[in-house]
Design a protein around this ligand. Structure first.
Ligand code: FAD
Ligand code: NAD
Length: 457
């Protein structure tokens, strides 16, 4: 406990982290004394180094890809030039002012005090930030995650990037080795590779995006194998510096394999920032990976301390962090108390092909012994898919044969992130697959592939 009790500033609510945490102060709290602790930019990972900049960059890749595939329908384009400064500059010229304005707005609010140094607990309910001591009966922890950088011999001798820095490169690299074939690896390989960087995408697993339904992961891996150098079953051994770049030395199925590239990018997962909060002085519990444990009300093991978002959630997704932040806000305001619903935790990967998913995979159904039926429908079997010369994309549905409820949906192909949404809604409101199929689907829109898959169940 701090020795001078009078130095501890009392608040009604302390919010640690102004990523999704910045959503929590709502107008109904204007009579409260609020503290926000944020040592970095307002808006957190999603705005400053995640979802938004990556999708702005990926939009440029989409434009290139669309033009490139015109020849399938007799439209020929020549890519004249790429203006890297404009592609990358557009992103930061638009994003950086938003983060600054967000911080300025909060600082201008008389009931809010912003603390700009990292928060760490010094006692169960006392937080220190830059020498200031703060306390409140209610504290919300939303300190997020940071990239994992593997401990690797030679790494102290070579330059490398993570997703925090890779989207701000001043010039387009000629080549890049990407460690991690998950979400970020899939998206960054697509962006850099489409624009002409020679990409080697590496994973230690047997497939890219391996947590997706097996059929989706397989088609995705095959599609990426046609576009990039893909190295699977790869165990990193060490890295070394070479002229103009880095060599990564792997063991692939017992054989040595080296990859040399101008840029080395680690996107091999993210770890919670809980280790930086000094939670040891509190009773707040964590799992063995540092994820703060909460119940379905986002309450930690200490009454009045909530945790949410990447720091605490099973899902490291912005829409989930937002939903959890809204859930906490409702409880702080004393609104209806009900457990949070994740609605099958829908998500999308904005690679090419695009992937979207909700609910369980077939692998999970088998592992959990859940009885199921499946139906798979190719885009090519619908008018629009056929018109667009699509040959591989598909919708795969998994349903309960008794209740006829949808257990999972997995889509790979153009607009997957949009096509999944009516299924997410149907699942949330407990519709059977037959009810979902009864809706009138616009002809000849791509959504007919969803209708046909539902009818096939
Ligand atoms: C490259 C990339 C692309 C992504 N794309 C998508 C996407 O397309 N869709 C999607 O749904 N999700 C995406 N995500 C994930 C998404 O960014 C996160 O799920 C989301 O930002 C989590 O929000 P959060 O508020 O929990 O954490 P964050 O946004 O990380 O916010 C946490 C905040 O806490 C602050 N903080 C850390 N330590 C302390 C401390 N000690 N004291 C006080 N404050 C602290 C940090 O500075 C940060 O501002 C992406 C992530 C990355 C990295
Ligand atoms: N579109 C989106 O919603 C989106 C986009 C980007 C990121 N995100 C979120 O950010 C999180 C982090 O993304 P990510 O791509 O870093 O993590 P990830 O968990 O999606 O993928 C990490 C990959 O790295 C591989 N890997 C781990 N250690 C390795 C090693 N030593 N050598 C080789 N491969 C290794 C893993 O096998 C895995 O495939 C995601 O889980 C996701 O929740 C979401």
């Amino acid at each position: 406990m701090p020795s001078q009790q009078e130095d501890v500033q009392q608040f009604d609510l302390i919010i640690v982290g102004a990523g999704s945490g910045n959503m929590i102060p709502v107008p109904e709290m204007e009579t409260w004394r609020l503290a926000i602790v944020e040592p970095d930019k307002f808006g957190g990972t999603c705005l400053n180094r995640g979802c938004i900049p990556s999708k702005m960059l990926l939009y440029a890749a989409e434009v290139v890809e669309t033009a490139r595939h015109g020849e399938k329908v007799g439209v020929y384009h020549k890519l004249e030039r790429l203006d890297w400064q404009r592609i990358v500059g557009r992103v930061w010229q638009r994003i950086d002012p938003i983060a600054e304005a967000g911080a300025a707005y909060r600082k201008s609010q008389p009931h809010i005090t912003v603390f700009e140094q990292p928060a760490r607990f010094v006692d169960e309910r006392v937080i220190e930030s830059g020498g200031h001591l703060l306390t409140a009966d209610r504290i919300v922890l939303g300190a997020g995650t940071r990239p994992v950088v593997p401990d690797l011999p030679g790494l102290d001798q070579v330059p490398y990037h993570t997703s925090d820095t890779i989207m701000r490169l001043e010039a387009q690299p000629a080549s890049m080795v990407i460690i991690g074939g998950g979400y970020i690896g899939a998206e960054m390989a697509h962006f850099f590779g489409t624009l002409g960087t020679h990409v080697t995408l590496v994973d230690r697993g047997a497939a890219l995006i391996k947590n997706e339904d097996e059929a989706v992961a397989q088609l995705f891996t095959e599609a990426y194998q046609r576009r990039f150098d893909i190295l699977l079953h790869a165990q990193m051994q060490r890295v070394s510096r070479v002229d103009g770049g880095v060599t990564v030395h792997f063991d692939v199925n017992g054989q040595p394999h080296d990859v040399t590239a101008e840029i080395l990018l680690f996107v091999a997962g993210r770890r919670p920032n809980s280790d930086r909060l000094n939670l040891a002085v509190t009773e707040v519990e964590m799992d063995d990976r540092g994820r703060v444990l909460t119940n379905a009300f986002m309450e930690t093991s200490v009454p009045g301390i909530y945790a949410f978002g990447d720091l605490a959630s099973r899902y490291q997704l912005k829409h989930i962090a937002n939903a959890e932040a809204r859930h906490i806000t409702a409880q702080l305001l004393g609104e209806d108390r009900h457990p949070i619903a994740y609605d099958g935790a829908p998500h999308a990967i904005f690679g090419n092909p695009q992937v979207a998913s909700v609910g369980i995979t077939e692998r999970q159904a088998v592992a959990q012994g859940i009885p199921y039926i499946t139906a798979t429908r190719k885009y090519a079997e619908t008018a629009y898919g056929w018109a667009s010369e699509d040959t591989e994309s598909f919708v795969k549905l998994i349903a309960d044969p008794e209740t006829r409820l949808l257990l999972g949906a997995h889509i790979i192909g153009p607009h997957a992130s949009l096509l999944i949404q009516p299924l997410v809604q149907g699942m949330k409101y407990g519709q059977t697959v037959d009810q979902m199929a009864q809706v009138i689907y616009i002809h000849p829109a791509l959504t007919e592939v969803v209708e046909q898959a539902l009818l096939e169940l």
